[in-house]
Design a protein around this ligand. Structure first.
Ligand code: NAD
Length: 276
């Protein structure tokens, strides 16, 4: 494969770069995932709330690629938190995907105000023990949520998927994850294409390497050690975004990126987000 793996804390290998399908309608997701698999992606990131697990599953089935060569992530939506609710929601996700197991199952948001993520995660541990997920983890958990989870359950999350891009570098979270053996996965790695790719310093690094801004941003993630899941529905961009393993950023480039951190979120704050 074009994409090297990250070894998760339970020994399972996950491609360091995958394909995200947030905001892609079901039909279009089927086409986009098919294009991504053709381009060499072997990891797909969906979620129950995205409404495209079915299209994603269809593209995987139609690809003819052996199931064990594709790493599939889906996520439990907020309204399904709770032990029994989680087991039911997981069954529904598997059915929509048309799969017998997922590679990674994530709690989408902690919703600390509802206080259900510990019970939810206990259901995740059962799903893991039953072999219906190869790894389990969380998304949008702050270190305080992880600390509580680790104190009250037995399986350390394999992954925390958080908003992370050059303008929100998440140094503290990354450090905490590293101490705990949790892999950091970056969502909105391209800053949702909202201006990040036009930042002059990034454009300059791209020109220096004869690459696109998206490619140097993704290369920055790879060299930072993040798992990364860029989204695009444009075939040329889907292909472009995986071609980041044949060049390297140097120390000077990395210093340019380091200076771009503004600590500014594009998405909601996990401490207060409580949409169900
Ligand atoms: P992203 O940072 O991947 O940006 C995607 C946008 O960037 C595209 O819509 C397009 O406008 C632009 N783009 C993509 N490739 C480009 C290229 N080569 N050149 C120029 N522009 C390009 O944003 P995202 O979709 O928010 O995040 C990626 C994935 O992360 C999602 O699809 C989803 O799977 C995941 N995600 C998870 C959560 C969560 O709460 N866990 C939240 C948001 C996203």
């Amino acid at each position: 494969s074009k994409v090297p793996p990250i070894v998760l804390n339970n020994g399972v290998e996950m491609p360091q770069l995958g394909f995200g399908v947030w905001q892609v309608p079901n039909d279009e997701a089927e086409r986009a995932v098919a294009t991504a698999l053709e381009a060499g992606y072997r990891s797909i990131d969906t979620a129950a709330i995205y409404g495209n697990e079915e299209g994603t599953g269809k593209a995987i089935a139609a690809s003819g690629i052996p199931r064990e060569e594709i790493f599939v992530t889906t996520k439990l939506w907020n309204s399904d938190q709770g032990y029994d609710e989680t087991l039911r929601a997981f069954d529904t996700s598997l059915r929509r995907l048309g799969l017998e197991y997922v590679d990674l199952y994530l709690i989408h948001w902690p919703l600390p105000s509802r206080d259900r993520y510990v019970d939810t995660y206990k259901a995740f541990e059962k799903i893991l023990a039953d072999g219906r997920a190869r790894a389990i983890g969380v998304s949008n958990f702050l270190p305080e949520h992880l600390e509580r989870l680790i104190g009250e359950t037995s399986v350390i999350p394999a992954v925390n998927q958080i908003e992370l891009h050059p303008q929100l570098q998440q140094h503290q979270a990354r450090e905490y994850h590293a101490e705990q053996g949790i892999a950091t996965e970056a969502w909105s790695p391209l800053g949702q294409g909202r201006g990040l790719l036009e930042v002059p310093a990034i454009v300059a690094v791209a020109q220096k390497h004869g690459r696109t801004p998206a490619q140097v941003v993704l290369r920055w993630h790879v060299q930072t050690g993040n798992i990364v899941i860029p989204k695009s529905v444009t075939p040329s961009r889907i292909k472009e975004n995986i071609e980041v393993f044949d060049f390297s950023l140097d120390d000077e480039d990395l210093a340019v990126f380091r200076a771009l951190d503004e600590g500014r979120r594009l998405g909601p704050d996990p401490a207060t987000f409580d949409m169900v």
